[in-house]
Ligand binder design. Structure first.
Ligand SMILES: NC(=O)c1ccc[n+]([C@@H]2O[C@H](COP(=O)([O-])OP(=O)(O)OC[C@H]3O[C@@H](n4cnc5c(N)ncnc54)[C@H](OP(=O)(O)O)[C@@H]3O)[C@@H](O)[C@H]2O)c1
Length: 287
């Protein structure tokens, strides 16, 4: 599989998003483990997770523990797999999402993620979502402290504006902002300026919900005819075309499509080697 860089780490150009395996509609653990194993078998070496991917109160770290278990039971060489987790979002268990970007919470959350993942240092730790009650500098400052303490190897942010990206670059220090994870899909293109900003500064850009989100991903071809047309002409899925279109936007782009079935992740992983023509890309950009 083609690879890309996050900081100094080399990862597969397509990652796996773990959220569908832990929130509403999640499958049983056996199917989740088979899904993660299918990703590894397909050459995926980036898995995105968060402490808040859970369903019931008291399940913080559900998705992180699942990924740790899948890695431990795979049987192959998983040494090069980068697990990217996040802190700063919470799910009390009533279906809602809340935020806590205080340095104290982020420190505790990172400690809990270390335990859930069963590692000495987290490969990539991302500040999940800005907390309007906490100055952004302070939240990112907590990531800098975690970096300096060796608890995390790389720092990233998510749901960030260009202003916040620049604050994070300054607070973390030169070259230490490894990634930005923002929503980006055929239906949601308004984060293209942040994508361009990341490309300019060599920061990995991880589109979240790249297929339109858990509920909409299966209908992508029906909702976006240009993507279906290119897919039909190529004999591949519209989801693969979508991911290949994103990869062509800039060398820093690494989509993280979610999956709860082995078939989905196996299909998505093929997008890493699908190279679209300039005419196809223009057609999709204009759609
Ligand atoms: N930073 C943030 O605030 C934030 C927010 C949302 C998500 N995320 C991250 O981004 C990841 C991706 O987003 P998402 O899971 O919300 O949405 P998504 O990737 O747009 O869609 C996920 C759904 O796509 C389906 N799918 C995947 N590949 C497919 C294929 N090749 N053909 C047909 N269907 C396919 C999967 O179906 P099956 O379930 O049937 O396999 C899955 O349920 C998440 O898992 C999470 O790690 C981050």
């Amino acid at each position: 599989m083609r690879t890309r860089k996050i900081g100094q780490a080399t990862v597969s150009a397509i990652g796996l998003g773990g959220m569908p395996m832990s929130i509403e509609g999640r499958p049983d653990e056996d199917r989740s483990i088979r899904t993660i194993h299918a990703a590894l078998d397909a050459g995926v070496t980036l898995i995105d997770t968060a402490d808040a991917y859970l369903l019931h109160a008291g399940e913080t770290g559900h998705n992180e523990r699942l990924i740790a278990k899948a890695l431990a039971t795979h049987g192959g060489d998983v040494g090069s797999v980068l697990v990217a987790t996040k802190g700063g979002h919470l799910r009390p268990g009533d279906g809602s999402w809340t935020v806590d970007g205080s340095p104290e919470h982020l420190r505790q959350a990172a400690e809990a993620s270390l335990k859930a993942l069963g590692v000495d240092a987290i490969g990539l730790y991302q500040f999940h979502r800005p907390d309007p009650r906490v100055p952004y500098e302070e939240s990112v400052g907590a990531l800098k402290d975690l970096l300096d303490a060796g608890k995390i190897r790389m720092a990233g942010i998510s749901n960030a504006s260009i202003t916040q990206i620049d604050i994070a670059r300054r607070v973390l220090g030169d070259g230490n902002l490894a990634s930005v994870q923002n929503e980006f899909s055929p239906a949601f293109r308004s984060s293209e300026p942040e994508l361009r900003h990341c490309a300019e500064h060599g920061i990995a850009f991880l589109p979240w919900s790249p297929l339109g989100g858990i509920g909409a991903a299966a209908r992508l071809g029906a909702r976006h005819s240009a993507f279906r047309q290119v897919a039909d002409a190529r004999g591949v899925s519209p989801q693969q075309v979508t991911l290949a279109w994103m990869l062509a936007k800039a060398p820093v782009v690494i989509p993280i499509p979610g999956a709860s079935r082995p078939e989905s992740v196996t299909d998505s992983a093929r997008a890493a080697d699908l190279v679209l023509s300039a005419a196809e890309l223009t057609h999709l950009d204009k759609a």
